[in-house]
Write a protein that binds this ligand. Structure first.
Ligand code: HAM
Length: 416
């Protein structure tokens, strides 16, 4: 038997209901902040991620699914959403209408070592906001994600917050880190040895060496921020306080993508079992690094699969509406067509209706009605058709009523 690819999973049954619920809630929250949905292709030119996400990042050096197409071009199956959206904004000149507030959901692909909360096909839902460099926007973006998690019912969530400064600050800080680590670099993992000169900030959040005292005592980026950057960061904190977002400043939070400037943040759970459940930051230079105009932006993405795992860990009961409004039973197949017409009429009025079209006997149809947790059962037989009426049974009280077909929508409006 052919089996699924390592690091992927199927979504069906109860899990699919959870996925559907969480996605719709995210959409509703984004819409309440006036975000519009955007969808970009799964396939992009490899160069986009090399230039956008960064040549030295783990994502680009180790994790992308790259292939040469039949025309000899290098393509990559997207590992994240931000770079593709930036490409779309440039190509379609969407920056002529700022601010842009966009939300998205979709699968991303990273060739990582699969484990709990780490997949090769991962889903992300996120937002991107273009057009302003203002701490109040950073706070609004961070609070959108936080409020969404609260609305889901999650209790153990915190926001980790840091500023990695603009490039000038980061360059000074890089030099300081190289100086600080170079004498002891032999004690570090192979990845960190490579990072020392290419991207020393990543030593700070290395999964292997990150907890060593030498890393914990490393110089803090916050001491390198300019007065202006400090002021910006302090303002974000003030706004977050007033929006009642719980955050912790973590001066070792650097994030794994090269496009970030100044604000970076992650949504983490108390146990932090599978890493952050979401992350993002400001990326004011991404458009210009892709030959576009200089337009500031900020956004984040949730690891959708990790949000689902956290719902399970915290045993959150989602308010999933599984009930049918009505299950229609037919005494014989002679009534199927009449039943289907009625079902369609009610469905067009917004009711959730199902019926058996596979010729099951009445006993099995009653079982089906129970399986779907229906509120009402409608019974249609020869007599009902003759009298242009149906029998409706309340599935809890078991009370039965005859209702004329002409009044059926009114009856549903009043009783459901
Ligand atoms: P990221 O930190 O690479 O950021 O990914 C965002 C989230 O996706 C992570 O916090 C994590 O929850 C989830 N995630 C990442 N890799 C995996 C994996 N292999 N399996 C399961 N979940 C995973 C970005 O992708 C940025 N584009 C976010 C962003 C948007 N920044 C600004 N705008």
């Amino acid at each position: 038997m052919i089996q699924k690819i390592k690091g992927t999973y199927d979504v069906y049954g109860d899990l699919s209901k959870k996925h559907d619920y969480v996605r719709k809630l995210f959409q509703a929250v984004c819409e309440s902040y006036n975000y519009n949905y955007i969808e970009t292709p799964l396939l992009e030119r490899s160069e986009l991620f090399h230039r956008g996400v960064g040549e030295t990042t783990d994502i680009v050096t180790k994790e992308t699914y790259d292939f040469t197409d039949r025309g000899g071009r290098n393509n990559t199956i997207r590992p994240e959403g931000t770079a593709g959206i930036a490409r779309c904004i440039l190509e379609n000149k969407l920056y002529n209408n700022l601010p842009l507030k966009l939300w998205y959901y979709g699968s991303m692909y990273r060739y990582e070592r699969p484990q709990k909360g780490r997949y090769r096909e991962l889903r992300q839902m996120g937002i991107e906001t273009y057009g302003s460099h203002n701490p109040i926007v950073d706070a609004e973006v961070i609070s959108l994600g936080y409020n969404f998690l609260k609305e889901l019912g999650l209790k153990n969530i915190k926001v980790k917050l840091n500023s990695i400064g603009k490039s000038e600050t980061r360059n000074k800080y890089r030099e300081a880190l190289i100086d600080y680590f170079k004498g002891n670099i032999d004690e570090f993992c192979e990845d960190c040895k490579e990072r020392l000169n290419k991207n020393p900030l990543r030593i700070l959040d290395c999964k292997i060496d990150g907890d060593k005292d030498i890393v914990k005592n490393a110089p803090s980026i916050l001491d390198y921020l300019s007065d202006e950057e400090k002021e910006y960061f302090n303002k974000i904190k003030e706004y977050l306080d007033s929006l009642e977002v719980e955050y912790i400043v973590d001066n070792r939070l650097v994030r794994g993508l090269d496009y970030y400037t100044e604000t970076v943040f992650e949504y983490v759970t108390e146990k932090n079992e599978f890493g952050s459940i979401g992350g993002g930051g400001r990326y004011d230079k991404l458009l210009s690094s892709l030959d576009g105009p200089d337009i500031p932006a900020i956004g984040f993405a949730f690891g959708f699969d990790r949000v689902i795992s956290e719902i399970e860990n915290e045993e959150i009961k989602l308010n999933i509406n599984e009930e049918l409004d009505c299950y229609i039973l037919t005494v014989s197949e002679n009534e199927s067509n009449f039943a289907l017409e009625l079902a369609n009429k009610l469905r067009m009025c917004g009711f959730k209706i199902d019926l058996d079209l596979t010729g099951k006997n009445m006993k099995s149809q009653f079982k089906e009605a129970d399986r779907y947790k229906t509120k009402l059962v409608m019974i249609i037989g020869e007599d009902e058709i003759k009298n242009n009426e149906v029998t409706i049974r309340d599935n809890i009280t078991k009370e039965e009523t005859k209702v004329s077909v002409d009044n059926i929508v009114d009856y549903f409006d009043v009783n459901l």
